[in-house]
Design a protein around this ligand. Sequence first.
Ligand code: HEM
Length: 357
Amino acid sequence: MSTPTYWDYLRLPDLLELQGGLDGQPSPDELHFIVVHQSFELWFKLVLSQLRLARDHLAAPRLPEERVPFVVHHLGRVNAILRLCVEQFAVMETLPPQDFLDFRDKLVPSSGFQSFQMRELELVLGLRQDQRIKYAGTDPLAHIRAQSHSPASAKVAGKLEAAMAETTLHTSVMAWLQRTPIMGSNPGDPDDDAMVDAFLSEYLAKTEGHQREGIETLVRALSENDRPAITARVEAGLAATRAFLTPDDREARRARAGLLFIESYRELPLLAWPRLLLDTVCELEEQLLLFRNRHARMVERTIGRRVGTGGSSGVDYLDQTASYRVFPELWAVRSCLLPRERLPGLRGGERYGFAAG
Ligand code: HEM
């Protein structure tokens, strides 16, 4: 076997032949457009592989403590890539609107709407079908399936079918949270349900006290006239907190209690990695929201409010997708948290220390 060269190893001659567009003669601006898109798709490929690795660790029936850092590592890499992708839209923006119009019609009806890797990413994360914004009577997945009249399109549709059958990151994070020891109690312990319920009701009682004191602080700082409006807002917030922390579904209740426990007692040594894991998942969702928003602003700057090459309402549609939340629990818990000195006293604390020896 001959010694490998840089260009053999990276298959560079093949890679650099792939920017010809539809007619093999892209203008310099079109070459720019193609290279930027291809770069994003390469990053998506890596994001997908890292997400699946993180998901596989989390989806195991047991996640030993020493494996949690691997999950954080994979998700941290995803976040670093997504931050870069958000920045990368600045390169796309060097394409002036009129220069894009020179070749835009060639693309119709192809569009980033058909980025099947973005759809895979949403599926692996756990974006549900019923959450998707639909346009023109279709949804992104139905749209991609409807294109499967060539072998390449059928392959794309097959990839999506497979991704739809995968365990999602959301499901595996929630299943992992459900196993959190709460006040020293583990699922399966004889009085675990009672322990979890006692923790939740004590937490809720303290939250109610704290929030109602907050009404007085605000009224003092603003005016007595504001009392009714402030009280209504705080009470609505408390009702939402109660509904979030005590769902009827016991599995969801235990998972949310686990989340609340980790976020509240985050300084305990045993919870240090789990809380980092939750932070990386939260950042992942935040980066995706920033990605969607940054893309929408770049699109608005380049094509204004015209209809997209994929036929959607364009920026209007894209702005609506920026409301997707795959991990609503991770955001909701933030409204429930108490200052440290108000927390229920820790029980079973020895369970969360460093192992001796
Ligand atoms: C001048 C550059 C671009 C313009 C004008 C543009 C415009 C649009 C528009 C209007 C849509 C909505 C669907 C449609 O009707 O076509 C869309 C969707 C999309 N674009 Fe772009 N785009 C550009 C560059 C990019 C780049 C560089 C990426 C990077 C991968 C990208 C990724 C996507 C994705 C993933 C969607 C689907 C969004 C969703 O349905 O959630 N776009 N784009």
